[in-house]
Every structure is written in C-alpha cells, then in structure tokens.
Design a protein around this ligand. Structure first.
Ligand code: TTP
Ligand code: MG
Length: 372
C-alpha cells in the first residue's frame, strides 16, 4: 500500500504542501475552554455594535455564518451562538508551535498567515519520499502538540496544494497528482482560484464563465483580449499552472495590488471604482494576515510609460477598506495627473507592515469592535 503511493509520486516535479488550520481562532477557544466544544462559537467584534466575524466554529458555519460578516448578522442567524473577542496573543503563541513543527520537516516553509503555510518537501529532513506520509506525520504532530486539527493539501505546486487543502476541510488530507489536475480544474468554480474576488467573478460571469473550463475552453487569446495581463495569469491558474517557489522567511512587508489595463484609461468613475476594489482587497488581506501598516502608496503608470508614486503615512493603521480608499482617492485626484493623462497601470499598497498588536486601540478595531 505504502509502496504504491511512493511509486506514484516519484515522477512529481516538486512536492508541495499547503497546511491550513481548521477554524483556527474558534478552535483555539474551544480547546482552551472545553465547555465551548460542540457549540456554535463566533470569534470577532461586538455583536451588538459594528463588530465583524473573524471566524467561527464549524458548528456555527451550519447557520451560514462566515468570516467578515457583520457580527450582528451572525447573531440574528444564530442567537444561541457564543461570541468571543479575539485573543491574538494566544493564537500567535499556538501559531509559533505549529510553524516549528513544519520546520522540523523542511526549512522551506512560507508562512502566509498565523494559521497557514506552504512547505516545499521535495527534499525533507526525514528523507521521506512520500509527500502524503509527510503530511500525515505533520497532522499527527500538530494534533499531539496543540490538540487542534489542520487540513493538508498535497500537490506539485503552490496553487494546487492550496486548492487541495480547502477541498477536504476540516481535518483533511487531499492529494492532487499530475494525473488529477485536468479533471479537478475542469469543474472547479473560477472564484475558488486565489485572487479571483467578487469583482473579477462578476466580470467573468458577463461572459458566462463560472468554472475554470468555461475560461480555458475559450482559449488564451480570449483571456488576454478581454482581461489583459490578468487574463493571462488567470488562464494559467485555471489549468493548474503556478511557477511560484516556496519562499521561506518572514511574511511580506507589504500588501499590494496592481493592474495593467488593456486600454489607456481617463475615466474618473472607472479609476475610482478600481481603487475602491483594491482598497477592500488589501484590507481583507491585512485582516487575514493579522498585519497592520500605516503607509499607503499609490502607483500610476501613464500611457507614455512614465510612472508616478505617491505615499501618505497615517498616524494609525487604517481601520477599514473605506479609510484606505479615502486616502488613495485623494492622492489620485490631487497629487497625480489622473483623469487628464491616460493611465495604463494603477496600483495600491500598504507598506511597513507589522504584526497587528493590541496595544493600540485603533489597531484592535481592525479585527473587531468598530471595523466597518
Ligand atoms: P482562515 O484560514 O481563512 O479561516 P479559519 O482557519 O478560521 O477556517 P478554515 O481554514 O477551517 O476555513 O483564517 C485563519 C484565521 O484568520 C481565522 O481563524 C481568523 C482570522 N481571520 C480574520 O480575522 N478575518 C478574516 O476575514 C479571515 C478570513 C480570517
Ligand atoms: Mg484556516
């Protein structure tokens, strides 16, 4: 049995794991407070105010409760749920233990957030050939040390490993081998591809594209013609390709997004709507990574390839996507030639990221109380 699995992965070009803890903050709360086990537990901000849900236990998910939902809405959906404020320090403590277990197997560990990491185990410390065996060993260690469950995705690149870890949650162990890629990607909803947010999903839907094969069957030219550079990268993802390497070390010190348009743009409405989209995306990303930064940077490339960057450093990290948008749109209107000179690329980012601490009340808002 074991031999068979080993033989099956021998030809893999790389062996990549994506590990993602199940209902992380809520699972820690249930572990630390046994009376909460089996109950719908919601970790987040004030359900009687403007708090948002950070995450919730799988028992609460049955009521349709999800991360980023207003806590008041979650309370309506499940009045008997137990609401708990996040204890980031405690989660960070457990996260360190989990990351240490990953590093027992390979130094190539890329932590994406407190509860999520990629591991390149093509070569690993225990010299285990079978990546499924490594994933299984890690799952057992994490459970033994923390009492928590983790879902593992095993595949040949980061994208496929990430998709796999999400397919069998909670406590999952899903393998996508080279021979499975075509059939899995074919029926996969395109919104499952990391980076495809609600805006892209809507744009794709205009062409009737719901699944990866809906896009790939139209061909690469179609994707490039209608969605530019992003279309090309989306097309590659939709066939399961990903050339990224697992990069160990700290998390990225910035969080940013940029887009090259397939035509040069002067429309104020269009550019502002793009900034709004980027602001929400960046805020969501920060929240998920539990990071905060105060410097907002705008990048504009004009039709003549001249580039302008503008930055503003705030006193406190932005507490919502709306705050990021306000600063970014003011910079675009007042400090660039936008709307006068056609733009081919627009980018937005937050620099100087640090772990979101609890010493600053506004930073705390990022994850609960008054988050918009
Ligand atoms: P996720 O891994 O996205 O979610 P999860 O671990 O709670 O649930 P699962 O992986 O089983 O689907 O995020 C990890 C933690 O990050 C989560 O426990 C709480 C936090 N988080 C937020 O604070 N806000 C968010 O919007 C999201 C998505 C996560
Ligand atoms: Mg998780």
């Amino acid at each position: 049995m074991k031999k068979e699995k080993k033989a099956k992965t021998d030809h893999w070009p790389a062996k990549i794991l994506h590990m993602d803890m199940d209902a992380f903050f809520a699972a820690v709360e249930q572990k630390d407070n046994p009376e909460l086990r089996g109950l719908p537990v919601i970790v987040g901000g004030d359900p009687y105010g403007r708090g948002v849900v950070s995450t919730c236990s799988y028992e609460a998910r049955k009521f349709g409760i999800r991360s980023a939902m207003p806590a008041a809405e979650a309370r309506k959906r499940c009045p008997e749920a137990v609401f708990i404020r996040p204890r980031i320090e405690r989660y960070r403590e457990i996260s360190k233990k989990v990351m240490a277990i990953f590093r027992q197997h390979t130094e190539l560990v890329e932590a994406v957030s407190l509860d999520e990491a990629y591991l390149d185990i093509t070569h690993n410390r225990l010299n285990v050939d079978d990546p499924v065996m490594v994933a299984s060993l890690i799952k057992q260690s994490i459970h033994a040390v923390t009492g928590l469950t983790v879902s593992a995705g095993v595949s040949i690149n980061m994208l496929l490993a990430k998709l796999a870890s999400d397919m069998d949650k909670p406590d999952g162990l899903k393998v996508i081998g080279p021979e499975d890629i075509e059939s899995i990607m074919e029926s996969l909803a395109i919104r499952k591809i990391p980076g495809v947010g609600p805006v892209t999903e809507k744009a794709l839907l205009k062409y009737g594209i719901k699944t990866c094969s809906d896009l790939t069957s139209r061909g690469l030219d179609f994707a490039i013609r209608n969605f530019g550079k992003n279309g090309e990268s989306l097309f590659r993802k939709a066939i399961g390709q990903d050339s990224r390497q697992v990069e160990p070390g700290g998390e990225r010190k910035q969080c940013s997004t940029e887009e090259t348009f397939d035509r040069d743009i002067t429309s104020k409405e269009f550019l502002l709507s793009k900034l709004k989209e980027y602001s929400d995306e960046i805020f969501y990303d920060l929240q998920k990574k539990q990071r905060a930064g105060k410097t907002i940077t705008l990048k504009v490339k004009y039709h003549d390839f001249k580039i302008e960057t503008r930055s503003k450093t705030l006193h406190t990290p932005p507490a919502s996507g709306a705050v990021i948008y306000k600063v970014a749109s003011e910079m675009l209107e007042r400090r660039t030639l936008a709307f006068k000179k056609p733009i081919r690329l627009l980018g937005l980012g937050i620099q100087g990221l640090q772990e979101a601490g609890s010493q600053d009340p506004l930073q705390r808002d990022l994850f609960g109380e008054n988050a918009i």
